[in-house]
Design a protein around this ligand. Sequence first.
Ligand code: HEM
Length: 468
Amino acid sequence: KNEPPSIPGGLPLIGHAHRLIGDSVKLWKSVVELSYDSLRLGGVLSAAIGPRTIYVLTDPEDALTVANSCLQKDAFYEFAKCWLGEGLVTGKLSIWRHHRRLLNPAFSQVVLDSFLGVFNSQSRRLVDDLKSEVGKGPFDHWVYTRHNALETICLTALGIDFTEKGVLNTQYVKATEQIFNVFVERFQKFWLHNDYIYQWSGLRKKQDSLLEILHNMSYTVLQKRKADYLKRLETGQVEEKTGTKFKPFMDLLLELAVEKGAFNDREIQEHVDTMIVGGHDTSASVLMFTLLLIGSHPDVQDKIVEELKDVFGNDDRDVTKHDLSQLVYLEAVIKESMRIYPIVPVTARVLDRDLKLKTYTLSKGRTCFMFVYGIHRHPMWGEDREEFKPERWLDPAKLPECPTAFAAFNMGRRICIGKSYAYMSMKTTLAHLMRQYKVKGDHTKLTLKIDVMLKPEAGHHISIEKRS
Ligand code: HEM
């Protein structure tokens, strides 16, 4: 069997695990180094973490072979199962196959179009919130994009406006952030991978208290929505009379549960928790990186404004479906931002068979990490692959022929279910923000870390001015 090359520097017993020990900034540096190691070795390498051999893939074609042949996520995802259970990200393959089919229609274009009103009003809310920062110098825009995205996903997934009811408190926002740190710390301390040892650790205690806050939120909302839904059924009132023009994701699940017995309460809660996690931190991070990149590239900012003028004139009206299809440059900016800063920089699959790639064969039972950061810097992106150049997306001749060279939403059959939702909401938000504000920033000052997702440790602040 033709095994991929191993990287040098392995130590007895721990292998290359010493490269992963340290804080989340150090871990990110290791991801970058391993990405370039893998690219240098032709797109696949093997390494040892303690007794385990793992693979690191940066070749886009080989990554697709793995993504479509081995659908089972790796055991590392089990760390998040205590939170997300059998939801799509962490669920067992047998459940995933069935539930992904049931959930796909919840993300159809018709459903997403019905969310456009929410995307517009949420964008206006963000513009409004940011008013207090105008002309005051650098500030942490992540706090604003994150809170706003969390409100948006809660509105569209749960149909509840938390800002008015005050349920979405800072405690919940903090807990969603801290639980990621817990998972990363457990990943780095390989002795805590063992469930028995883990259950006695302080980290496990911290995890339990965070889970209580997180589960309590979705449980409370589910019980309320369910009671409302059953009451409506009883009284023969089919649609909810709240004035909303969309059907929230939770109602769709409740319908499937009541009419077809598709899910039990726990499963609904797990799917909703997964949507909330998958749907806010991600889009908010992409927006945060994109604003920083826009602020660092005045030429790009000018082109965005020019396109917005072409589409909206001087009008501050809402963004329509038709406008979204015309904001081609804006979409190119978002894609290029995700290429440079892929916020899910690593995904993992367990190999349930020996798998033949273009050059090497991977062994059954091992873990294969797809390093998206490296895939996005593969030589097929050309000489200027390290540069932020949204224009490359406007000319198909400048893009790699291999479609999976862009893997920000993963690839193959387990590609992100919320991809179109994300583009629609992010484009709408930026169309509102960039009509109102001039942005300044410097992304070269960024210090990055990995907390499951790619996050800035420091240097990510922007400043804004009112656009005249
Ligand atoms: C810019 C925004 C987003 C990015 C970059 C993103 C990225 C990703 C990636 C990389 C995966 C694969 C994860 C893995 O295999 O470990 C994924 C899966 C998933 N995402 Fe997203 N996502 C985004 C927005 C959303 C939104 C808005 C939602 C829901 C409203 C969502 C829901 C999900 C779900 C449920 C999965 C699991 C899919 C499956 O395995 O069948 N995501 N996403």
